[in-house]
Design a protein around this ligand. Structure first.
Ligand code: ADE
Ligand code: ZN
Length: 350
């Protein structure tokens, strides 16, 4: 099921592979709409009477060959068009939770893009209601906890972001933060400074995609003008040594997505990925899946592909990455301490 075949590499040592899968970890960068597998897209299209421009699951999957972020986003938004009812959002999220639990995820912070749905006439209540019901069901049946983060689409206006925040206010207790995603180039963080300030006043956590395709400068402005607590991707920070030092010193987490970065041609191969270098320089790097249905695998597949392409990474790095993910999550100190204790037990036993 996993796809680490981006580079032809030797298989991972089985003991390391087992640790990578079973170690308790958090996933902090996953777009729930990016977990919509082609099979579910077809099922929901049929259920909702939506016509798809692909004749089969196979032909849709075959179209997943991307040249950059925008070439992916075009398909991602088209795929999300099959989501109409509350139960569609519930089914999509439950499918993700099952896969995440199998990969050793104990806690997930899920991005959702309300504008992708409300602009098609889907009520905000259906979007948040379905995700919220799945969140409770996943905790009850799989023991996985989670939070929701509402993302603004940066190719749209700040006024539209304000409208979205307003429309979500009746559900204020169901999401813990706001994020910023979609087409990065030409849509710098400062475009959203006022709506992020408002989110801060509302007591929401703030995160933003920056330095995925855009320059290191966008990482700086996301920090200084949007006052984000974490940077999503952020890999372009490597172009700016002073910025890397700041990230390490201030312990600002980067939610990095290795398979995504290779699939969207941010790196020519996994062996060129900057994650090991950032980790070695003391940055609080975490591993995440971004849009796993589109990029060839869920959280474990990302760890597997990364470690297989960087043979110098081993048990020490695995433990550090898992600990970083738990530390960088938005849960309270008590729960973090429990998970970190469990993490130590897993490594002591391994
Ligand atoms: N939306 C979904 N995936 C994304 C990504 N990798 N970058 C920006 N926006 C996204
Ligand atoms: Zn993302």
């Amino acid at each position: 099921m996993t796809d680490r075949a981006l580079d032809p590499l030797d298989p991972l040592d089985p003991d390391l592979a087992r640790l990578l899968r079973t170690m308790p970890k958090a996933e902090l960068h996953v777009h729930i709409e990016g977990t919509l597998e082609p099979e579910l897209i077809f099922e929901l299209a049929q259920r909702n009477g939506v016509a798809l421009p692909y004749p089969s699951v196979e032909s849709l999957r075959a179209a997943y060959a991307f040249t950059d972020l925008q070439s992916f986003l075009d398909l991602y938004y088209a795929g999300a068009s099959v989501l109409l009812a509350e139960s569609d959002f519930f089914d999509m999220a439950m499918a993700y939770y099952r896969r995440a639990a199998a990969d050793g995820v104990v806690h997930a912070e899920l991005f959702f893009d309300p504008q992708t749905h409300t602009d098609r006439g889907v009520p905000m209540a259906a979007v948040i209601g379905g995700l919220w019901r799945a969140r409770a069901e996943a905790e009850r049946t799989l023991g996985i906890t989670s939070e929701l983060i509402l993302c603004f689409l940066r190719h749209l206006s700040e006024a539209a972001a304000f409208e979205t925040l307003e429309a979500a206010m009746p559900f204020r207790d169901r999401f813990v933060g706001v994020g910023l995603d979609s087409s990065e180039r030409g849509h710098p963080p400062e475009k959203f400074a006022r709506v992020f300030a408002r989110a801060g006043e509302l007591g929401l956590h703030r995160v933003a995609h920056a330095g995925e395709e855009g320059p290191a400068e966008y990482v700086r402005t996301a920090l200084d003008l949007l006052h984000v607590e974490r940077i999503d991707h952020g890999v372009r920070a490597v172009d700016d040594q002073a910025l890397v030092e700041r990230l390490a010193r201030e312990r600002i987490p980067l939610t990095v997505c290795p398979l995504s970065n290779v699939k969207l041609c941010v790196y020519g191969s996994m062996a060129e990925h900057a994650l090991p270098a950032l980790l070695a320089r003391g940055v609080c790097v975490t591993v995440n899946s971004d849009d796993p249905a589109y990029f060839g695998g869920y959280l474990y597949a990302n760890y597997e592909a990364l470690f297989a392409a960087h043979p110098a990474m081993g048990v020490r790095e695995a433990r550090r990455l898992a600990a970083n993910s738990l530390e960088a999550s938005f849960v309270g100190a008590g729960r973090k301490a429990v998970w970190l204790g469990r993490l130590e037990e897993v490594f002591a036993g391994g």
